[in-house]
Design a protein around this ligand. Structure first.
Ligand code: DX5
Ligand code: ZN
Length: 220
């Protein structure tokens, strides 16, 4: 928690008719990462964007593309997302038959590895892999849509993970995703998150003042 807080705005709440411009605006407004939600209509009940869109967006910024794959099976698409320009590739353990194999596959493309837990997914699903990954993504809503209400019941799970990470001296980031706003951002950090994802708060609060919203999430 001594690591500086990073803000990873989710472009799910951006204007999809001008995604490139939106990303440039996020960079100017002080975003650390760009969170890209990929949904397949199968693992989650919604469909968003695929590797081709990420590839087209890649030249507009040098910011880290924090790609959250909500697709199953995930392995057949890792190569495409890696080549499209993802920097961190995060998957859900339920989306693969062999977690270790998926981690190695992402690594083989030289990318950082994230593993995500849905609100009801237990720590035990990923506990054995913590020394092989770079990031844990804690979902604080059920994945599928932006603009949902934060689920405070995931905080204790996140705190336990932070304790394990500290105790084992692992270099693993803990990112929280879903319903983050100015009221719960402090609590999210206190319970161990060092990266905050935010879609609706960043794009919609304060008349869409990206800079102000990113700053408030960082410092609140
Ligand atoms: C939900 C996505 C989130 C979502 C966050 O399935 O993984 O990244 O876009 O959006 P807000 O901040 O609006 O909850
Ligand atoms: Zn996400």
């Amino acid at each position: 928690m001594s690591a500086p807080i990073k803000i990873s705005p989710s472009i799910l709440s951006a204007d999809f008719s001008k995604l490139g411009e939106e990303i440039i605006s996020l960079e100017k407004a002080g975003a650390d990462y760009i969170h890209i939600d990929v949904m397949d209509g199968h693992f989650v009940p919604n469909i968003t964007i695929g590797p081709e869109v990420i590839k087209r967006l890649r030249p507009v910024t040098k910011l880290t593309f924090d790609v959250h794959l909500m697709i199953a099976p995930v392995d057949p698409f890792i190569k495409d997302f890696a080549e499209a320009g993802a920097d961190i590739i995060t998957f859900h353990p339920e989306a693969t038959e062999d977690i270790s194999k998926t981690i190695k596959l992402i690594r083989s493309h030289g990318k950082k590895v994230g593993v995500s837990l849905k609100p009801l997914s237990p720590i035990s699903l990923i506990e054995n892999y913590l020394n092989e990954i770079d990031l844990i993504l804690i979902m604080s809503v059920n994945p599928g849509f932006g603009g949902q209400k934060f689920m405070p019941e995931v905080l204790d799970k996140m705190k336990s993970l932070r304790e394990i990470v500290e105790q084992k001296k692992l270099k693993v980031d803990i990112e929280i995703d879903g319903g983050i706003n100015f009221d719960n951002s402090k609590k999210a950090k206190d319970f161990g998150a060092n990266i905050l994802v935010s879609g609706s708060t960043v794009f919609k609060e304060n008349g869409g003042n990206l800079q102000k919203n990113i700053q408030l999430l960082r410092t609140n």
